[in-house]
Ligand binder design. Structure first.
Ligand code: 0K2
Ligand code: SF4
Length: 329
């Protein structure tokens, strides 16, 4: 049991701007069009968020075959391939794209450089929906490298025009190692001006780097499918601090807190603050008496909603996109 011990809260933690926007898109679509609203893939990788939206009338599917004719369909924050996008348009669904604008930015870069004749090495995790979406921007010429061993084996058709792109939610340090291996093998490789790993991933990892050495245990709130949440747990463990990831407070084990003076707490970009608060309440039951927030970067970034779901902040009224009136008759 904890005895008069402290919880140290990482700053920043939890929802990023892309997750906020994606969830809001589903909620507004439900309000505006009514249930059911179809969502391709979990809108974000969080069990609580997905169950909450299911209860409000969202239906999560993986295959477009499972979406009925005329339905409203939302793409998840992780993005989709060109093939999925085109098929959804062909089937005539009413589509809202909740792909994070920072993922879309990577898609746009891939399409632009491909037109200039570039081939790509994509650093990411096989089977992750963002990797499938980004690689699926092209029908060929984009090769997945998961680690240094893959870099040694990869066989692009040419090396004069080769560019690197990455998944947005990787370990910053692992990606740096893989990029170094790429540079060593392909010295003229083109890298993005600003790295593809996003600000939220970077900031949450930076916060864990400050947090982990100050505590005896790190708890990460996040779902097992969440790449960025897994990376936070892994990072704390690499820094030598025992670390566990939990989907909710019910998963905390009492024995983790034996002889634990300070508990560090953070949350992945898809994990809501309500779950963090439940974890804090449970740790208090186990003996914590104080909760202290770390100093950290304040994130103010916010992404606009898609047309058709926008609301005027000042009036609270929906912004309608109207066609110009027809004249001359
Ligand atoms: O970290 P992941 O990419 O697995 O995704 P989530 O846990 O859903 O977090 C939101 C990030 C979505 C896209 O970058
Ligand atoms: Fe966008 Fe980064 Fe959040 Fe992913 S983790 S949704 S890329 S801001």
């Amino acid at each position: 049991m904890l005895g008069g011990k402290e919880v140290l809260l990482a700053e920043p933690r939890g929802f990023c701007a892309g997750v906020d926007r994606a969830i809001e898109i589903v909620e507004r679509a439900l309000t505006k069009f009514g249930a059911p609203i179809y969502v391709r893939h979990e809108i974000v990788h969080n069990t609580f968020v997905v169950n909450d939206l299911k209860a409000k009338g969202a239906i999560f599917i993986e295959e477009l075959d499972d979406v009925p004719e005329g339905a409203t369909l939302i793409f998840s924050a992780h993005g989709v391939s060109k093939a999925v996008q085109q098929e959804a348009v062909r089937r005539g669904f009413s589509i809202f794209d909740a792909t994070c604008p920072l993922v879309t930015k990577v898609h746009v870069e891939v399409a632009k450089l491909a037109k200039e004749g570039y081939e790509f090495l994509m650093i990411g995790h096989k089977g992750h929906p963002e990797v499938e979406g980004t690689m699926g921007q092209l029908s060929e010429g984009i090769h997945l490298v998961e680690d240094e061993a893959d870099v040694a084996m990869v066989a692009p058709r040419q090396t004069e025009k080769l560019a690197v792109v990455t998944q947005t939610t990787l370990s910053v340090d692992d990606a740096a190692g893989i990029k170094a291996a790429i540079r060593a093998r392909f010295p003229s490789v083109r890298e993005p001006k600003q790295q593809d790993i996003c600000y939220a991933t970077q900031n949450r990892q930076d916060a864990v780097k400050i947090l982990a050495p100050q505590v005896d245990l790190v708890i990460v709130v996040g779902s097992p499918t969440s790449s960025n949440s897994n990376r936070l747990r892994e990072l704390a463990a690499r820094l030598g601090t025992p670390a566990y990831m939990v989907d909710n407070a019910g998963e905390l084990k009492e024995e983790w807190f034996t002889d634990t003076a300070r508990v560090g707490l953070t949350a992945g970009a898809s994990a809501p603050e309500v779950l963090v608060n439940e974890v804090i309440a449970r740790i208090k039951q186990l003996g914590a008496v104080a909760v202290r927030k770390m100093d950290g970067i304040e994130e103010t970034i916010k992404f606009p909603l898609p047309k058709g779901l926008k609301i005027d902040e000042a009036t609270g009224l929906e912004i309608e996109v109207r066609k110009a009136p027809e004249t001359g008759h």
